[in-house]
Structures are given as structure tokens and as C-alpha cells.
Design a protein around this ligand. Structure first.
Ligand SMILES: [Zn+2]
Ligand SMILES: [Zn+2]
Length: 118
């Protein structure tokens, strides 16, 4: 208590900044901006079960790019996307009318557009 704590190196790997405690302010801001874990966003067991059932009925990618193609020319779907972009915790998280089956690469492309596009 009487002695001032020595400064420590920011715990972020590769960051050399000295801080009083915890991460340096730029790293704190970055950590806040990072997306929470998939589980925190509602992608839990209940979601996995529901989406697995949906994919049994929707085996092909239903993205904008694939929708006009005949099924055999589409990617195989491995993931269920929320059309509203809000995930399982959104108001329509478990509404199949808000879902579309997607292949991993098309889903990643859409997520990247949602995250960085607007
Ligand atoms: Zn830092
Ligand atoms: Zn697709």
C-alpha cells in the first residue's frame, strides 16, 4: 500500500507498453471491440441441435449467390445463418423463417461483410 506498484508490461502478447495494472488503454479498447465468444453470443448446445435439424432439411447453401443455382451446383451447407444478422440471441434467433443454410466459405464471407462492411 505504501509503496507504489512498479509498472508492468501490458499482458497483450507483443505489446511492450508499460501500464499500472492490466492492459494498456489501446489494448483495452481493442479487447472491448473484439467480438465476444461464440458461446456468449448464444451459439450453445440448444442452437447446435436446432441448426443441425435445419441442415438435414436444407442440405445446400441458400445464400444470395447460391439460391438461383440448381442444388447440385451449390455448396453443401454446414452452418445456419441468421438472415437478420443478430444470431441466436436476437428476437428471431430460433425462428426458422429467419434462417438460411450456408456453406462455411459463403457464411464467412457474409459475416465479414456484416462486420466490416457498414
Ligand atoms: Zn498493450
Ligand atoms: Zn452460397
Amino acid at each position: 500500500m505504501a509503496t507504489r506498484k512498479a509498472k508492468q508490461v501490458c499482458p497483450t502478447p507483443g505489446c511492450p507498453t508499460l501500464t499500472d495494472a492490466g492492459r494498456c488503454p489501446p489494448c483495452q479498447a481493442q479487447a472491448r471491440a473484439a467480438r465476444p465468444s461464440t458461446h456468449a453470443r448464444g451459439y450453445d448446445r440448444r442452437w447446435r441441435d436446432a441448426s443441425a435439424r435445419y441442415l438435414e432439411d436444407h442440405p445446400y447453401c441458400e445464400c444470395e449467390q447460391c439460391a438461383p443455382l440448381p442444388p447440385l451446383q451449390r455448396d453443401l451447407a454446414t452452418e445456419v445463418d441468421h438472415v437478420d444478422g443478430l444470431g441466436p440471441l436476437g428476437p428471431r434467433g430460433f425462428d426458422p423463417a429467419n434462417w438460411q443454410a450456408m456453406s462455411k466459405r459463403h457464411h464467412s464471407a457474409k459475416t465479414a461483410r456484416e462486420t466490416f462492411g457498414t
